[in-house]
Structures are given as C-alpha cells and as structure tokens.
Design a protein around this ligand. Sequence first.
Ligand code: MLT
Length: 433
Amino acid sequence: MVAFIDVCKLGQDRKEVSARSPSPPPRYNIPMPLPEIDLVVYPDECDAFGHLNQASFLSLFERARWEMLLRGPGMDVFTRAGAWPALRKTVVDYRAAAFPGDVLRFQQSLTHHGRTSFTMRQTARRVGDDTLIASAEFVFVCINREGRPVQVPPEFGEYMHARMESPGNVQRLMIRGVNLAVEVRGEGPAVLFVHGYPLDRTIWRHQMETLDGYLRVAPDLRGMGQSDAPDLGYSMNIYAADLAAVLDTLGVEQVVLCGLSMGGYIAFEFLRHWKSRVRGLVLMDTRAEADTADGRRARDTAAATARESGAEAIAQSMLPRLLAPATLSQHPELAEQVRGMISRTPVAGIVGALAAMRDRASSEQLLPTLADIPTLVMVGEADSVTPPDTARAMAQLIPGARLVVIPGAGHLASMEQPEKVNDQLRDFLSSIP
Ligand code: MLT
C-alpha cells in the first residue's frame, strides 16, 4: 500500500503524484530456467547437399530433451514411474539450413500439461549467428507397459513447473504468420501490457500476478521472449498490428493499453489505427518524440554490436541505464534477471526492434488528440532513458492526463517498484468509467 501521496496540481485537471512509501521491499520470484542444450551437427547427419537432414533433426531434438532430463530430474524419471512418454504428434517448422560443425542451441518449454499428456515446444538456433533453424511442438501421452495411458510422472511435472513461469497461462498463438507467446490471466475489463526493448512480457510479472478483477494480456512481441523471431518484418506498425490481431484472436474488443518504453511507442501507433479499441492508456517510462539524428545513428551502432557480438553485449551496455542505481546495488538478483532476459533475446529481434525505433514517427502531434482517453503517465524518478522531465512534458500535452513519479525506480518501474506501480494502476483502472 502507498502510505501517503503528495499531490500537486500541474494545471486545471492534471495531477502529479509522487508515491512515497515506506512499503516493504518487493519480492522477486524468479523461476529457474530450463537448461539450454548445445549440440554439434555431424557430417553423417547431413544429406548429399551438406544440409542437416530432417530425420537427424528429429533425433537432435530428442537428444536435447533427454539431455535436459539428465541435468534435471534424471533420465529415468519416466521409467522410475512406470510411464513411458509416447510421441503422438510432431509439428516441425524448418526455417533455415544447418551444416556440419554448426552448434545448435536447443531451448525447450512445456506448453501444456494434462493428466496423461503434455506438450513440449523446442527451438533450435545456430549459436554462431543466432539464426532460428527450426521450432517444433511435440505432443506426448504417457503409457504403461500395456500401452494404456497413465499419469504423467509427478516428479517430471514438478520439475517442469518449477522452471516454467505459469505455463498454464501462456498461449501460443499464430499471429500474422508468426508464433507468439501470449500470457492471459483473470477475468474482467481487459488490460493489454506491452513490454519494451529488448525485453519480454515478464517485466509485467507482478502486474499479471496481482491485478485481480481484470483480464490481463501480456504478449511477447515478435522477436523477443518466447515468441518467434523472423529475420525481417519489424516496425511500429507491424508490432501494433500484431497486438490488434492478438486481441481479435482472444475475442477482446476494447482494452486499457499499458506500454513501457518501446511498448509506449507501439501504443501510440496502435492509437493511430485502433483508437476506438482503447478505453484507457498507461504510458510508462516512455516518450513521444522520434529519435534525433544522433539517436538514429546510435541505433545502427547498437545493431552492428548485436550482429557482431550478440545479445550479451547489448545486455552489458544497457543494464546500467535500465535500472535505478539503488536497484543495481540492492537487488543484484533483479539485475541478473534483466541481464538474462536481454541475453536470451534473438539477435534478429534486437536488430528488428532497433530499426523499428530508429524509423518511428514522432507522436507529439497525437498527444492533444487523446482528450477522450483517460491517461496515466508513470515514470521512475531515476529513469535515465526517459527521464521524469520528458514524462512531465508528455503528460502536459495530453489533456487531463495524470502524472505519477515512482520513487526508487529507474526505467523498469513495473519490476523495480511493483507494489507502488500496482497501487497506482489499481487506482487508475478503477477510475475509468
Ligand atoms: C526500451 O526500453 O524500450 C528502450 O530503451 C527504448 C528506447 O531505446 O528508445
């Protein structure tokens, strides 16, 4: 709970609120990820043209799964329980060729867990250039020696669930040709959470977990998180159209749109095309201006760094700017979580987002037209990417907008001060007619 709030009028109907609070430090509930498995492609696995052949592909996927069990609950987790995972259905999307000597990195997640069946999703990326080589879904039914369906071994389920972030809430949706991971929770008026660059939907973990009474929808944008990363096809317009298609697929007509940083740039683009679908707007740690000439050059430099040195180099350079100094020193586990999130982002997604941000239009002209949309502008008091002055200037151009400065937060307010952010969100959401 926010203990006390300073309110100062910034105009007729605009309020600036500084939510000072002695509330206890937030709890960071970070799941341990499943191990990534690296496997080398051997010449005898390739066809006459030197490409990894499809049968070998399937056996590499299988080896990766067993290796994962070896590092986890044990390779005999199924035999110990008298249940064998029989493969019932496989859907493989082959995206690019792999060759002898390539090291492929396999990532896996559990996308469905029933009583006797479960579904694994696996991706294989080439470590050298982070190209997505293939993604696949495997549906298993556990059977006993007589071939009858039996319960999935509880030990396996527990191991996977402990490493999954609410798998039951994450849907895989085929959106405009790209497979997106979309977390959906709760019931009630819909709130659509849009993350920034180069992050994923888990920056909204605390909001997704606690904002009861609302249908909360948080997609991983194309190219980030657990969504697929096409090599081409990134712009604000494309991200916004993906969001509209996600809402169509879920049967949601109107939302409160909540975007953090690049998520805010996407929210502006969404408003240009689908304003009637937005019944409220939350702009968090973001700005309305387009990039300056220097800013555009910096995007190209960052893209070159990502191509040459990978996502970890981007994480290294961005981390100090994303979090408040106090978060960095007092919450190393949160810094580690953000570093991991960036490091796992596919290079294609990073390069695509950088181009999309570089080429985005200014949204300053849009701001005065938002008079009919209740708007909350939130910013971390120590945000050095989109500082409070920038947020204040933006709020002043949106008739009736409310500005809240979050103490103790940097650029990632939703993660750094989740309780203060949630209090403000609840207050704002309940005020929307
Ligand atoms: C973000 O957090 O989305 C980015 O830092 C925004 C930007 O670089 O303009």
